[in-house]
Design a protein around this ligand. Structure first.
Ligand SMILES: Cc1cc2nc3c(=O)[nH]c(=O)nc-3n(C[C@H](O)[C@H](O)[C@H](O)COP(=O)(O)OP(=O)(O)OC[C@H]3O[C@@H](n4cnc5c(N)ncnc54)[C@H](O)[C@@H]3O)c2cc1C
Length: 373
């Protein structure tokens, strides 16, 4: 496995860091819901540099770079805490590039690349989270339109987004994953209601209700009932940027500087804990690189990505818990660093697939119960 980047990649990293200097006060990684207009402007500025389309082919206006460049961009953005990777230029655009027809590419790719069109992921439902193949939100084809009825829940940022990337049932319930399709649904389509679900960290998820929502058939991406293959391909295209390890490094650096300010840095128990956390940060970096390494070798990195997700999300909770333990009374004061990162880190082991599901993926792959991918 390669632990270092080339000179050209490091020069690109320096360029990204320089760009990010203007956005040091943007806190979109933890708090996008409260400052969406600024995050939206940030994405536009990223788009102008080509950073939203790093791996897209040149013919669609991308930089046509390898996954390592995209990894560098989102790792540095996570360290700066500016934002998380947006869904539109990521999963949505990459799926359209792979599976969309010419008319769909012409219609959707440019605004996605330019950071002008933003999406919320409408996969989960009240009874379908880990087991997505059981989704019930149904789309019936009537003439040249689908009529969509049903409910989704836990949609991140839906309150601010322009479109949904909707997973819906077009086949029978029994056909599970073989009876689902993917569609682009404008959030302002008649019949859609978005209702907030407050999060512990003061951000917001949403429930989304579809009541006879009409979607033109040309907004279905890929074949009818073909969603599973598209979703797997999209996941494979994005694994290297989902959990950037520099988020952990930044959390730990902030905790160390807070510990120093509190005069706690000479406490042997505190030092011992910080040493342990530093090794978890390094472990996170190795696991993040192992995902990238697998992808650069042309593998899918399924097991590596699952291991990375479990380790990164548990380590960020460990870092947050340690500062809560060092912090004493301050950790109970709303708005302090120690208190915020603890509340925020709680959901990381659930969103994007729970730790139990990830451990199942690791076990099945490492025990050879499925073909290694
Ligand atoms: C902050 C956040 C943001 C999210 N954003 C989005 C979004 O934008 N769009 C979207 O569609 N969804 C989103 N989700 C939903 C997320 O994908 C689901 O919450 C997650 O997949 C778990 O599904 P669930 O909540 O239905 O729990 P369930 O699947 O009901 O799981 C409940 C418990 O059972 C365990 N469990 C379930 N199945 C198994 C199994 N086979 N083996 C072992 N244990 C199992 C789980 O690990 C968990 O502990 C978000 C969730 C969070 C917390």
């Amino acid at each position: 496995m390669k632990f270092t980047f080339s000179d050209e990649e490091e020069a690109f990293r320096a360029e990204v860091k320089e760009f990010l200097k203007d956005y040091q006060d943007l806190n979109g990684f933890f708090d996008q819901g409260h400052d969406w207009p600024s995050v939206r402007e940030f994405f536009k500025a990223m788009a102008a540099k080509g950073y939203l389309s790093v791996c897209w082919p040149e013919e669609y206006g991308g930089l046509n770079k390898s996954a390592s460049y995209e990894y560098i961009v989102w790792d540095e953005v996570a360290y700066a805490r500016c934002a998380r990777p947006p869904l539109g230029p990521g999963i949505v655009a990459k799926t359209i590039i792979r599976y969309g027809d010419d008319e769909q590419k012409k219609r959707w790719l440019k605004p996605l690349r330019d950071g002008e069109m933003h999406f919320s992921l409408a996969y989960s439902e009240p009874e379908a989270g880990s087991d997505l193949a059981s989704v019930r939100c149904r789309a019936e084809l009537k003439g040249d339109k689908y009529i969509v009825n049903g409910q989704k829940c836990w949609q991140s940022y839906a309150q601010d987004m322009d479109y949904f990337w909707l997973l819906c049932r077009t086949g029978t319930q029994e056909s599970r994953g073989r009876g689902c399709s993917l569609m682009i649904v404008p959030k302002d389509a008649p019949g859609i209601t978005v209702a907030p679900l407050p999060l512990m960290d003061d951000d917001q998820l949403n429930e989304v209700f579809f009541d006879n929502v009409e979607i033109p058939v040309n907004q279905r991406i890929g074949p009818e009932n073909g969603a599973w293959k598209l979703m797997n391909a999209a996941l494979a295209d994005e694994r290297h940027i989902q959990f950037p390890p520099s988020r952990l490094r930044r959390d730990l650096e902030d905790v160390i500087s807070w510990t120093r300010d509190q005069g706690l840095l000479d406490d042997p128990v505190v030092r011992n804990t910080l040493g342990d956390l530093a090794s978890q940060v390094l472990e996170g970096e190795v696991l993040g690189l192992s995902v990238l390494d697998a992808m650069m070798r042309g593998e899918h990195g399924v097991m590596e990505a699952a291991a990375n997700k479990v380790a990164q999300t548990i380590s960020c909770q460990n870092i947050a818990r340690a500062v809560t333990e060092f912090g004493g009374p301050e950790s109970l004061v709303k708005g302090t660093l120690s208190e915020l990162i603890w509340r925020q880190s709680m959901w990381e082991t659930i969103g994007g697939g729970t730790s139990e599901i990830m451990r199942g993926v690791i076990a099945r792959n490492s025990l050879g119960l499925v073909a290694k991918t």
